[in-house]
Design a binder for this molecule. Structure first.
Ligand code: ATP
Length: 321
């Protein structure tokens, strides 16, 4: 029995995840779906945003569909999604950005770098340790190399080695691995890369980079396809896999039925692809394109459709297949 954990989280997670879950249930009614309730709202109710037993329950799933969680900027609040990524060792964050004439996957290291959580705040100074390890770098670049060879593409290494020593370390390990694998590669400073990716997206195939640079670069790259409401992601480890939109909980638009559910739907498609059902993943993508072309669009794409209306249109289309 294939088990899927559904985590709505906070904010627009409560709106976009039910749309994506309905599509999964339509295409795979034989799977077992179970909900896990974590996030900032849970902290507000109970003082604990994510309990140990929630992590254990997530580990029971073959795949996790995840919405978004709010992380308030409070000194002692631990980010739920960072905790889950660490606990499940979801070291590779894959963020595909596809459009007319370009097909890019940003491969973001997901467990260390500036988000290692090794921090200290004193009265006069605060420090965050940027941890880059050999084993962490080797496994992320090997993942990226695998994707680049499958796509017959070039690997681009994004870094800031001119300023940060830990990125000299990261870059050199990536280059050594790419040479050993015999795949075409180049490397770019992350700031120049961010601009060039927008100006010449067709020049890129697979981009590998450290945690925070990858986080920022993928938000920037979402501009190429119409914004944050459209970009999905996969968080992959050796044993577990979690799929979530790149966007956050967007409290400013939550509860209004205006969030775009496409990123969540595409995350569900990536989940099915991961479980081996590539046909279903392709069907979801085709139906999204079909509905958008028919003029049914949410507000961020210039339309008037609500989250639920867009989801219903996709469901109706899929039922006809
Ligand atoms: P986080 O720190 O978790 O990334 P955030 O609030 O900084 O959260 P997002 O939640 O990703 O960032 O939202 C940024 C903005 O993008 C929101 O204010 C919202 O206007 C827009 N946005 C994000 N997701 C969507 C969506 N699915 N549909 C429409 N607009 C969205």
């Amino acid at each position: 029995m294939t088990r899927i954990a559904i985590v709505e989280g906070d904010g627009i997670g409560h709106e976009v995840i039910p749309v994506a879950e309905a599509v999964l249930e339509l295409l795979h009614p034989e799977y077992e779906y179970f909900a896990i309730d974590v996030g900032f709202h849970r902290w507000e109710q109970t003082g604990c945003p994510c309990a140990d037993r929630d992590i254990e329950a997530l580990k029971m799933a073959d795949a996790i569909l995840f919405g978004a969680v709010t992380t308030p900027p409070m000194k002692d609040y631990q980010s739920v999604v960072l905790r889950i990524r660490k606990a499940l060792d979801l070291y590779a964050n894959l963020r595909p950005v596809k459009g007319n004439g370009f097909d890019i996957i940003i491969v973001r290291e997901n467990t260390e770098g500036l988000y290692s959580g090794i921090e200290e705040t004193g009265h006069d100074r605060a420090t965050t340790l940027r941890l880059v390890t050999r084993s962490g770098t080797e496994r992320i670049v090997r993942k990226a190399i695998g994707l680049a060879s499958r796509k017959n593409g070039t690997l681009t290494i994004g870094h800031k080695a001119n300023v940060i020593k830990s990125d000299v370390f990261f870059r050199d390990i990536c280059i050594a691995e790419a040479k050993a694998a015999g795949i075409p590669f180049n490397d770019r400073y992350i700031d120049a890369l961010s601009l060039d990716l927008l100006q010449h997206p067709d020049r890129y195939s697979v981009v590998v980079t450290t945690n925070m640079f990858g986080d920022i670069l993928s938000d920037v790259a979402s501009y190429l396809v119409g914004g944050l409401g459209l970009v999905p992601s996969a968080n992959i480890g050796e044993r577990y896999a979690l799929f979530e939109p790149v966007h956050g909980s967007a409290p400013d638009i939550a509860g209004k039925n205006i969030a775009n559910p496409v990123a969540a739907l595409r995350s569900a498609a990536m989940l099915l692809d991961h479980l081996g059902d590539r046909d279903a993943a392709v069907c979801i993508e085709e139906e999204i394109q079909h509905v958008i072309s028919a003029g049914i669009r949410t507000r961020d794409l210039g339309g008037t459709a609500g989250t639920r209306e867009f989801g219903d249109a996709v469901l109706t289309g899929l039922r006809k297949h």
